[in-house]
Structures are given as C-alpha cells and as structure tokens.
Design a protein around this ligand. Sequence first.
Ligand SMILES: [Zn+2]
Length: 72
Amino acid sequence: MGTAKRTAHTERMNALRAEAQRIVSTGRCPQCQAGLHRNLALHGWWQCDRFGAEGFRKDTTGESCSFQTFTH
Ligand SMILES: [Zn+2]
C-alpha cells in the first residue's frame, strides 16, 4: 500500500470517527431517534437502544434497529 493510499485511508477513518462522535454526542440514533448506549464488550462501541433481538433490546418500543457505530 502506497503512502497516498494510506493517507486517504487515514482521512476516511478520521472522517468516520468524527461523524461517529458527532452522532454519539447527540445521544440519539440517526436512524430511528431512539437512545444510544455503549456496548461494554468493546471500547468505543455504541449501539441503538433498539439494537438486538426481541427481549434483549434496551428499548423495546418501536421496530428493531441495526444502527451501531465506533468512536475508537
Ligand atoms: Zn436506532
């Protein structure tokens, strides 16, 4: 992998991280507006409160949601 490609990759990762941090700072899922919470299994992993199987979701109202993001 050349330097230019690596730089582009780093910039893209930084942009994604900045976007993730912006979303997390709102405390709301951008897809369904439910809350967000950390998944403690992995540092910097955030999931929608409606993420996951029925019965395991933090927020059981509304449709299930697959939104998740990483801030690290
Ligand atoms: Zn959601």
